[in-house]
Every structure is written in structure tokens, then in C-alpha cells.
Write a protein that binds this ligand. Sequence first.
Ligand code: D41
Length: 679
Amino acid sequence: MSQQSDFSREHMLALIEKLNDYSYAYHVKDDPVVPDAVYDREYRALQAIEAAHPDWIEVDSPTQRVGEKPDNGFANVTHTVPMLSLDNAFDDESLNDFDQRIKKLLGKEDTITYCCEPKLDGLAISLRYEKGSLVRGVTRGDGLSGEDITSNIKTIHTVPMKLRTVSPPDVLEVRGEIYMPKEGFEKLNRQAAEQGEKTFVNPRNAAAGSLRQLDPKITAARPLVMCAYSIGYVEGWQQPSSHYEGLLQLNEWGFRTNDLMQKVEGAEGCIDYYEMLSNKREALSYDIDGIVYKVDTIALQNQLGFIARAPRWAIARKFPAQEEMTQVLEIDFQVGRTGAITPVARLEPVFVGGVTVSNATLHNKDEIARLGVQVKDFVVIRRAGDVIPQVVQVIKDKRPDNATPVVFPAVCPVCGSDVEQVEGEAVVRCTGGLVCGAQLKESLKHFVSRKAMDIDGLGDKLIEQLVDQSLVKTPVDIFCLSEKRDELLAMERMGQKSVDNLLASIEAAKQTQFNRFLYALGIREVGEATARALTNYFKDLDSLMAADTETLVEVEDVGPIVAQHVHIFFEQAANRATIAGLLDAGVVWQKQKSLDADALPLNGKTYVVTGTLSQFSRDQVKDKLQSLGAKVSGSVSAKTDCLVAGEKAGSKLAKAQALNVAVIDEAGVIALFEEHGAN
Ligand code: D41
């Protein structure tokens, strides 16, 4: 057969090696070496060769990760060496006990070296390699035997199909955890929700569900990661004398290992590591439920052995649980700024994620239907970090006899106005507008907030009192409070000084900016960024107010729905009266320097800001870049024009460098601001 030189078998093998190198850099080292487009192009070239020569296909070709369904489901396989379980420690004391016990068993006074690893919240798995090639992947099961899920395992890019070495062990069994990173989990659930499918309760369940799929094509579409945590069994290779060294070797051979793993000395070192990781927990891109401490020296591990099914040389220190069960006592309805009526579950107080939780939002009618929650049901509450507590699951088996379905109110629970639900939307709204006390209070809180009119000293409690006493009925009334000194002085916790301060900050807030003013109005779907885009585009308030929806959609990032909200807002007589009142009361802003959005210096440019800066917060940099017309995005991609990288910039910097995106440091961005007069 005649062959072009770049269509030869040698060329194909080189292509496979190159693609596997790219994939290793991307998935295992978190350090991409080429843009995605290059990978895709070469992948397609490989596919073309393989289509022309099916008999050439290699087992470690990246095209071979997704195969056919196994014929008879998942077969049960006995582990060569049992997969042990882990004892738990819940406090520093039991960690000290663990360290003491080990020293006693070893008859040693020397400080023990431990390897500390984040305890990934996924599923344990064992992978068998023979002569360097993956032959089988088995779930942990009961520790003695598990299910053969090789076809699903192969779809995971962090699982090497072949070890990256010319002299692999005859047999190698690697143990590790398969998990789903938080971002991938959220995306998967968003897609499932959009398609009206069932969502997963947490990343762990999503990972488990994905591995249980009979069709590897489905598993392949799930963002799973495998991270190696121990060598289970080897033949024909001298293991290093330290667990840590062993994991480094696995990393060389193509496995992902956790970059936070660390060797420490003694119980003290273990406790310090716990402190360090507790502080990092929320910011990690994956869920962890604790730390695993392992005696690092393999000889000592062997000396210690195991009891029952757990090694004496390892222990898991658990973090406080982020999920707990409790009972829904009642369901109340809160009315928000835009009239959205939100059901809120009042809970039997429960300690979860480090705080006592007694309320959780149920979001809307659809969420109640999705969860199938009733009053008096037992539910699983999740609170992770600073995220507001969520009801993630109803425990239907525990439903008490007195449970009752949730009845959505037919009128607004605050003002009694009719409620409406726009077709295709999940939200039920009060139609009362500012007549509704709840909407008025929330609108005012938004109006005075830091990123809006920024009125210091006008807190939530005070706003509630002002509305309840009918001193403030519209935002305009805030600017007339100087005429109501006596009433203000009569309010709770308001002395001469606080009244003076409040009136002074109200006066100061009259000098504002066009974009802040627009944002403060609280038009639906008009957040900070949209307000900025609108005020960059329109010369002044009059032209914005006069704009029709066709003109509005010309503004960047303004779609037909936002345009509609803006247009309707300015059509309303009441809103026009409020705006006129505010201007009358003396609210002013400087005209924008540049009246033409196209003329802004960074127009059309996309920036990403990362790392720690010394002179500005990231928000301030973002603000200034936007005022110069730039778009500021959260992640680096081929579309990024420039990355502003502060100290400790991390993966975004690596990605920008790999993609040849321009990078500037703090001095660079300050110079940029100076050049365009944005300081
Ligand atoms: O990250 C984990 N979930 C993890 C689990 C880890 N980093 N190391 C582990 N080490 C072991 C031993 C000490 C037995 C090799 C483990 C587990 N076991 C484990 N996972 C599930 C059961 C046991």
C-alpha cells in the first residue's frame, strides 16, 4: 500500500505518544503545554489514520478510552490483596493516642515521620497493570472483592492506559480515589436540571452514579478524576522504602497524586497539617472529608501490620460533617426586592459545617417539587463553608404521619397583593411593587448598599424601622430625612451623633456615579456589570431612559430579556417619578469622560485578574478595568487578551502561559491605569 510519510504507522505511534504527553501535562500535572485547539487537531489527525487503518489501533491510543458496553454487566473480582479500611480520629487527642500507640508497638522513642494526604471524598478503586498496560479496574466493594468497571475506568483521563516508563513492573496494583471536582459537579447538575433530569445530591454521589453506568459513553461525559494514594501490590520491582517516594514514582509513571500531600514529623506535625488544610478546605476545587495520616516508612508499616481490616499504621482524621439530618418544623414565605416569593424551611436547629443552622432556603416552587419536601419531613441539610445552608434531600422513609404538603400562598403574605407566575419561570412574585412593605425594605437595602449609593450608617434594622414607621416610602424619602431629625432621634439606638453621621453620609452619597445610580435602581437582571455596560454605552440618563429594546440589545451582554426589563422599568410612571425625585433632591454624577463606548481604551478586550495584589483588591482592579471598557472574566481561555497576575497566581497563570496569553503584574496594571487616567 502506498503511504504518505505522515500517514505511516511510525507517524501514528509518534502522534499517540505526543497526545498522551499533552494529556499527562494537562490532566496529571495541571500544566497544559498546548492550547486545547492543538490537542483537538492532532487528535482528529490520529482518528483519520485509525479510520484508514483499523488494524493499527493501539490499546493506549487516546481514541480507545471510550469502548462498548460490557456484555454481562460488571463481573465480581477478588482483590489480589484486600483493600483495607481506615480507622477514624475525630480530635487532636485521638491523633496523639495514635502516635503514642505506634511508638509503643515499635518500641521506639524516635519521632515518627508521617505522610499526610487530603482524604478525597470519592470512591476507592484498584487498578491492575501488567507489563505496564492497564488490564483491570475494580471498585473497592467490601474490601475483599469488588466490581470490574474497567470499561468505565478507561474513560478517565487521569488513569494512564500505559505506564510512562520503558521498564514497568511485571504487575502493579495502584489504589486511589475517583472523585468529581466541584466545578464539574455543578455543571453536570445544571445541565441535568435544565433537561428536567434528576440532579445529584453531592459530588461523591455523582461520582458513584457515573461509575455505575453500564454505558461507558455516559461515564466518559462525566468529569471524573482519579488520584493515586497507595501501591497495593507489585511484582518485579523494588518499591521505594518510603510511602511518599512511592507516590512520587506513581506520579512519574502517569498517575495524578495529590499536590497537597506532605511529610511531617510526629503528632505535632500532623496537627499543624490539620490546621493548614482546614483553612484551605473550602477553596479546594474538590471535596475532602478529612486527612489520612500514614507512617511513611514502609518497613515500619510492615512491622505494624493490621488488625481486622484496618492498617495499624494509618488513621483518618475527619473534618466536621457538612451534611446533617434534621426536621422541617415549618415553611415560611419571604418576599424579596423584586417581589419573588421564596419559601424558607424553619428547621429544628442542627450543628452542621461548624455552625448551628435553623433556616434553609427552598428557593422556589420547582425546588419544593424536585425535593418532594413536606412540612415535618426529615431532611439532609448541607452547609459547606460560607455557602448558605441547602436542603439537599428528603428522607422519605422517615416521613411522619402529621407531614403536610407545602401550600404556596395565593396572595402576597406581606401586603396581600395578587401573586403571579410568569410562564416558564419558577418564581412566584408579589405584584404589589413598592406598595409591598417587604419589597420596599429590600429595595431600599439594595439602594443604599456599598456598590450602589453607598450610604454608610443606614443598616438593615434602621431601614426596617423607617419603613414600619412610614418615614420612608420611596428611595427619595431617604434624601429628605434631614427634615425628620426629631423622628430619627426617637428611634432605637439613635443618638445626636449617629443622626448627624447618618445625615452627613446621606448628603455625601448624593455625589455618585452614573453606573452606581443605575445599579441602585434595582432593575431586574441589571447587576453591577450590566449597569456599567449600559452607562458606558449611553451618553446620559435621558438617552438611556428613552432607548427602545432594539437599541438596548446593542449593548454588550444585554440580551432581549434584560432589554425588556430595562425598557419596562423606565416606562413606569412611578419609576420615572422616583428618578425625577432623586435628581430634584440633589443626586448628581459627573458626566463620563468618554461618551462613546467604542472609544474606551480597553473596549473589546477581555481581562482576567488573579492572585494577591498589594495596592488594590481584585474587585477594585476589576472595576477600573471595566471603567476603561474591558470585559473581566473569571477564567483564562484562548479568548483572554491579558491576565493580571498578583502574588501566588497559581493555575490561571500557568494556563495563560501555556496559551501564550499576555501577562502583566501589579506594576503593569498600575502603569496601564495611569496611561488611561483611571486612578
Ligand atoms: O483520599 C482518600 N480517600 C484516601 C483513602 C487516601 N488518601 N489514602 C487512603 N489510604 C488507605 C490505606 C492506608 C489503607 C492505603 C485511603 C484509603 N486507604 C481508603 N479509602 C477507602 C477505604 C480506605
